[in-house]
Design a protein around this ligand. Structure first.
Ligand code: ADP
Ligand code: MG
Length: 695
């Protein structure tokens, strides 16, 4: 049997391979580039490219690609073979130039108006901090994707810029606390990925799943998730076989898949890796989603990453565990033991409090999508209101600091930051309450509003930049301080007072919380269009431009792309519903109605006294519902037609939200009720029961 440790990362051009395959000089130059983000000189690049190619070819690779993450949310790759001619003979070649930069035609990727057609080409640039790897015989080079004007066309570029921003500001703060040995800080992320597995043959019979990734119709099955028997339940053999192969594939690619278990809904599962530096975690999560989908097919399954594949059972999210770590390995959200460590921890904690409060709109926007709108606030995922869970102990500590009172009953002295040691609080009392959108879990924060299909890049770009801004303001103040300790104490105290409204330790699903949140002035942005309205505010433009994460032009382009993709999705969903209702469901319902009517007539022809109440009542009910469904089809048709005439993307999104979605909901209501009474023999699509319980 092959040991995992023997093949883990075998498809990755990682540090150990670099050490083995590169000369000492080349290796050291490359390391300096990776550590300091310097640009690679061409002779080093040539040496690295050549070694990479030899290594890849020895593992069966024939092609290479610049692997990047355009705004479509999925990864893109264009394969080039290593083949070249030398004196009429085919040889395998890969140059430093080809490694560092690629030039894909960018014209078919969403750019939100950034790229005029005359400059259709974009370029990709190697992110040397994320290792190259071999996937399906192709050497993949993780890259960023920009226009020729240098504008970001992808999700990686802004993420890397945000990591730079938080590094700059956190370093200023760390210097004030001493920390002479620290040279850089990076944010870390561990995303917990939820997904559904359904049978492939059944999937292929559902147009809605095929075109939109979610069911647009479907009556409630006799059994749903009410027995709570799936969560952490025994994993079925077919799923187990899939998970086993998934782990192996991920491990070969150096993705540290760690935990797997069944989730709340039937057929729902989760995979979590060991956390990594944010840009690497983002690459790994993209790979994970891609490989999940590919491998599932091999097992005659389909992996659904949609946020809400089924109405009435839980949808899928992606918890984004986040922290900051120094190059010396210190987690800055670890409370520590000494007054000094505690003080530094409290300041970083406050930087997050302030960031999440000041930029709740951006955090909400960063998780906004048509799919995720079905989950947030629906009592299965956090509400659409952003708040922070700190746990009672930590909240009490903050209260003691804010009010200059003693902490707990036993303590007599007032808690002074930087002087006293914080009382210990047990980690396990930190959040087991799963209703909070943003929870402190002992030594990291868990941002729980992300949808399952989302790239983690967007949310982390916002989080990093918002925290960088808090740290910038803190550093500005502390660098000027005459007495560091007093200023620090007052700064922490003031931050708590100003931002404690964002702290909420109670049940986020409770209706009362929404009222309370409103009183506190917190935003409740229920849908994507509601949230997007806040994106281009002066405050947000200032944030991103100041920290050089987005230019104003890039923000306008992102606004366009995000809003447009919301509209496109809803349009596709609406058209799919029309197609299913008109071509499949309503004709089947008519056929069944005919059978009932014929049966009634035949019974009567045998004897007028025979009872036909079943046929008659069912037929009456069906006719009423069919009429409603037919009206629903017409209403949806008209909403879709109106949409074609709306040119302004903001107005279109408002129309999709208020009219198209509304019409879809009404049509669904009538058709789901029909499904409950029409004979199974006539219903044209597999039911929820079959989809959810067949694997
Ligand atoms: P849960 O109780 O939510 O299952 P776990 O302890 O299993 O929590 O962690 C969930 C995820 O958080 C894992 O992917 C883990 O690697 C990640 N994680 C742990 N520590 C950190 C950290 N310092 N920064 C980022 N992610 C982390
Ligand atoms: Mg979690």
């Amino acid at each position: 049997m092959q040991l995992v440790s023997d093949y883990f990362g075998c498809m990755v051009f990682d540090d150990s391979v670099m050490k083995a395959k590169l000369s000492e000089d080349t290796y050291n130059s490359l390391q300096r580039t990776i550590a300091h983000g310097r640009s690679l000189n061409l002779s080093v690049a040539n040496a690295v490219a050549n070694a990479m190619k030899d290594w890849a070819v020895s593992l069966g690779a024939t092609h290479y690609t610049h692997w990047f993450q355009p705004m479509t949310g999925i990864t893109a790759e264009k394969h080039d073979s290593f083949i070249s001619y030398d004196k009429g003979k085919a040889i395998m070649e890969f140059s430093g130039k080809e490694l560092i930069q690629g030039e894909p035609d960018a014209s078919s990727f969403p750019s939100g108006g950034l790229r005029a057609t005359f400059e259709a080409r974009g370029y990709t640039a190697w992110d040397a901090t994320s290792y190259a790897f071999i996937k399906d015989g192709v050497l993949c080079i993780p890259t960023a994707f920009c226009s020729y004007g240098g504008e970001a066309l992808d999700k990686k570029t802004p993420l890397l810029r945000s990591m730079e921003a938080i590094n700059r500001q956190a370093m200023r703060v760390l210097k004030l606390f001493g920390n002479e040995d620290v040279t850089s800080i990076k944010t870390t992320v561990g995303p917990e990925q939820e997904y559904f597995l359904v049978d492939k043959a059944l999937f292929e019979q559902r147009k809605d799943l095929m075109y939109t990734g979610r069911t647009l119709f479907g009556a409630k099955p006799p059994k749903g998730q009410e027995m709570e028997d799936h969560y952490f339940g025994v994993i079925k053999p077919r799923v187990q076989a899939f998970m086993k192969e998934l782990n192996e594939e991920l491990w070969k690619l150096g993705v540290p898949a760690k935990t797997e278990h069944n989730e709340t809904a039937p057929s729902q599962h989760e995979l979590a890796p060991i956390f990594a530096t944010t840009n690497i975690a983002a690459d790994h999560n993209q790979l994970t989603m891609e490989i999940m989908q590919k491998l599932a097919k091999k097992h005659n399954l389909v992996c659904l990453l949609h946020e809400k594949p089924f109405a009435g059972v839980n949808g899928s999210g992606k918890h984004n565990n986040w922290s900051l770590s120094t190059n010396t390995g210190v987690n800055l959200l670890e409370p520590g033991d000494t007054p000094y460590e505690n003080a530094q921890f409290l300041l970083f904690l406050c930087s997050v409090l302030k960031a999440v409060d000041d930029y709740q709109d951006l955090l909400r926007i960063s998780v906004a999508s048509a799919g995720n709108d079905h989950r947030l606030g629906a009592n299965e995922a956090p509400p659409a209101v952003v708040s922070i869970f700190l746990g009672t102990e930590l909240t009490e500590i903050l209260e003691a600091i804010e009010r200059d009172t003693a902490y707990g009953v036993k303590e007599k002295e007032l808690l002074r930051v930087g002087v006293h040691t914080m009382p210990k609080f047990p980690k396990d009392t930190t959040d087991r309450n799963r209703t909070s959108p943003f929870a402190f879990t002992g030594n990291k924060f868990e941002f729980r509003m992300l949808g399952s299909s989302a790239s983690v890049s967007g949310p982390n770009t916002v989080l990093n930049t918002a925290v960088a801004e808090s740290l910038r303001l803190f550093a500005d103040e502390l660098e000027q301080a005459e007495n560091f300790e007093t200023t620090l104490h007052e700064l922490i105290k003031r931050t708590i007072t100003q931002h404690k409204r964002i702290i909420f330790n109670g049940n986020g699903y409770d209706e009362a919380w929404l009222k309370e949140a409103e009183k506190r002035g917190l935003l409740n942005l229920k849908t994507t269009p509601d949230a997007m309205a806040y994106y281009l505010s002066e405050k947000n433009i200032n944030l991103f431009t100041l920290h050089k994460v987005y230019t104003e032009k890039e923000m306008h382009s992102r606004y366009e792309i995000l809003t447009q993709s919301y509209c496109k999705l809803i349009n596709i969903e609406g058209r799919t519903m029309m197609d299913m209702a008109k071509k499949d469901i309503l004709p089947s319902v008519s056929a069944y109605a005919q059978t009932l009517a014929n049966t009634m007539l035949s019974k009567k022809s045998v004897s007028k006294s025979l009872d036909v109440s079943y046929e008659e009542e069912t037929l009456t009910q069906i006719c009423t519902l069919q009429k409603a469904a037919h009206a629903g089809v017409k209403a949806l048709e008209s909403a879709l037609e109106t949409a074609y005439e709306i040119k302004d993307v903001t107005a279109l999104a408002a129309h999709c939200k208020s009219n198209t979605l509304q019409a879809m909901q009404e049509l669904r209501l009538a058709i789901d009720r029909l499904e409950e009474i029409v004979s199974s023999d006539y219903w044209p699509f597999p039911t929820y029961g079959e989809l959810l319980f067949s694997v």
